[in-house]
Every structure is written in structure tokens, then in C-alpha cells.
Design a binder for this molecule. Sequence first.
Ligand SMILES: NC(=O)c1ccc[n+]([C@@H]2O[C@H](COP(=O)([O-])OP(=O)(O)OC[C@H]3O[C@@H](n4cnc5c(N)ncnc54)[C@H](OP(=O)(O)O)[C@@H]3O)[C@@H](O)[C@H]2O)c1
Length: 343
Amino acid sequence: MADDEPVGIGVLGAADIAWRRTLPALLRCPTARLVAVASRTPGKARAFAEHFGCEAETGYERLLERQDVRAVYIPLPNALHERWADAALRAGKHVLVEKSLTISTAAATGLARTARERGLVLMENFAFLHHPQHTRVRELVAAGAIGTPRVFSASFGIPRADPGLIRYSRELAGGALRETGCYPVRAAQLFLGEDVQVLGAHLRYEPDGGVDTAGSVLLADGAGVTAQCDFGLDHGYRNTYALWGSEGRIEVDWAFTPPPEARPLLRLYRAERREELVLPAADQFLDLVTAFAGACADPAAHEAHARAAVRQATMLEAVVALAGGSGDEEGRRAGARSARVPA
Ligand SMILES: NC(=O)c1ccc[n+]([C@@H]2O[C@H](COP(=O)([O-])OP(=O)(O)OC[C@H]3O[C@@H](n4cnc5c(N)ncnc54)[C@H](OP(=O)(O)O)[C@@H]3O)[C@@H](O)[C@H]2O)c1
């Protein structure tokens, strides 16, 4: 297959996020081609295939056997990511996995090793990283718009919804940290850098072995710039961050999931001045798919994606540990064993 052909992509699971955001963007990406969607249920696979103009497969294994699929997108429940990402890599496919990649650092490290050994991409899907609004924020900070950065704070919370959703399933590794908290924690690394460490965390769990539905995390980088991340699944909708510096602050209104038609609003406060910047709309999912297709064709890009995914898994594991484990006695003991508070 020629390198300049669009990357043939298969999808494991007829998931809501694939239907709403990823596949519409994929269809508009000139460097990627949707080949097939696999579901455990033939009718669901057919519905996706008819809607998106691709083929349907029943069973994820069958999709991995296809020679015309060079890369797979995995929007399965978090607890199934490791198993199917591993199977896809071993079948020789590049992999884009929904956040949160895995439930442990060890699992993420294992996947990264497998990807490296086979010369394949392992990318965790944080589409917001591809939205140009964050580049604009970084440019403003670099130009001194807020002076020296002191604090990053971010919040992502959504209202309580149907209890049958995978985000409320402990067995499927749902919960506020992996559903919404992962975004502010990832964003803290974008702005504070790779040496950021988790200093403290609290997770509030549902009674009777339920998932975490609320949490807060404190992080800091080597220079003492701090990040405060708040998140939840039982909250009034909030999806925002701010950078506060020695001379002002920048606030981002719709930080993590702006729709493609939204024109982002940045608010810049400096001394007595308040300025609003309205940026052009951008489709972060289209930019994500384009970046993934580009990475498939660029071995030099592979390592950075896998390293970022492992670092994020390390962060989330540290959060669970510092919050006292995963909410039950066994989890608390495991948390205490694996807690790694930076010196
Ligand atoms: N990037 C984003 O903006 C974003 C937003 C929301 C969610 N996500 C992530 O995307 C992933 C999917 O979330 P979603 O909300 O789209 O979930 P969803 O609609 O429930 O889809 C998950 C899919 O996984 C498959 N599946 C396999 N085994 C399953 C099981 N035991 N129980 C339930 N489903 C099973 C199902 O596909 P078949 O029945 O067709 O096999 C199902 O459609 C999660 O990792 C989530 O964290 C990302």
C-alpha cells in the first residue's frame, strides 16, 4: 500500500462518541478513510455502516483480520481498552484509543512497549489538544500577557445522567476521574510541562461500591507553579480553565469539548483592562484524526504519543493512590502501596 494513500481505519464498537464526533470528522479527513465498523451486534454495525457509508463487521476480531484496515479507533469502555489495543497492535494495526487509555501505568507501559516493538502508533484520544485555541493561549502566555504564570485551574463537570451509561460502571472502569477529570489533568501537563507531579487528591465515591462521581487534584511543576483540577459527574455543567500569572489571567470558556461550529472566547484580564478575543471555529476531532493519520505515516512521531499516554496513566494512578485507593478496602490498600508522593 502506497504511503500517500489515505489510512484505512476500522472502528471497534458502535459507540456514542464515534457516532457524534469522531466518525463525522473522519469522513471529512482527506488523509484517512473509514473502512468498517465492528460491533458485537450485527444490527448496530449495519446502522453505523449505512449512516457512514462503510462496511459492517460482527465481532471485533473480524475487523482486526482485515488487510484493508491499517489502523483502528477504539471507543470501547475504559476497562476494555487494554485488551483490544493489545490485540490490534499484535494484528499490526496503528491504534487510536479513547481516553482513558488504561486503568494502570503498567498496562499503558505494556501497550507502549508493544507499539514500539512493532513500529506502530499508540495514541490516546484527547481531541482538545488539537484545538488551536490552546496554541493561542500558549502564545499569549509566551508573549507575557499575564506575566509569569503562577496557577493553572481547570474544571470539567457534567450533570448526572442515565445510571446505565458506562461512565457509572465500576466494572467497566467508568467514574469521574477517567470520564472528565482526565481532561484537566492532561491540560495541566500541557501548560505546566512534563515534570508536573500530583501532590494531593480527593475522590468521592458513590456508596456500595459505586464509581467516583467527584474529585479534586492538586499538581505542581518543578518551579512551584500549581494546578488545581476539579471534576465530576454530578455537577452543573462546567468545562473551563484559567491561567493566572503575576500580572493578569486568561480564561478559556469552553475548554475541552467545543463543537466544530463554536467560536472560542478567550478573556484576558490585565490590571484594569479586560479584553475578549473571539477565535475562529475549529473542528478538534478533524484535527485529531488528521494528526493520527499523519502519525501513522511518520515513525518519528510514534514515541511522543506513546510517552504522553503513559505519562497520563501515571498521573491518574497517582491521583487514585493519593486519594486513598479506589473507594473500597482492597482499593485503599492498593492505593496506599502504590502512592508515590514526590520528594
Ligand atoms: N473523546 C471524547 O470526547 C469522549 C467523549 C465521551 C466518551 N469518550 C470515551 O469513549 C469511550 C466510549 O464512550 P461512549 O460514551 O461513546 O460509550 P458507549 O456509547 O457506551 O459505547 C461503548 C461501546 O463499547 C462496546 N462495548 C463492548 N463491550 C461493552 C460492554 N461490556 N458494555 C458496554 N459497551 C460495550 C459497545 O459497542 P458494540 O455493542 O457495538 O460492540 C458500545 O457501543 C470511553 O472510553 C469514554 O471514556 C470520549
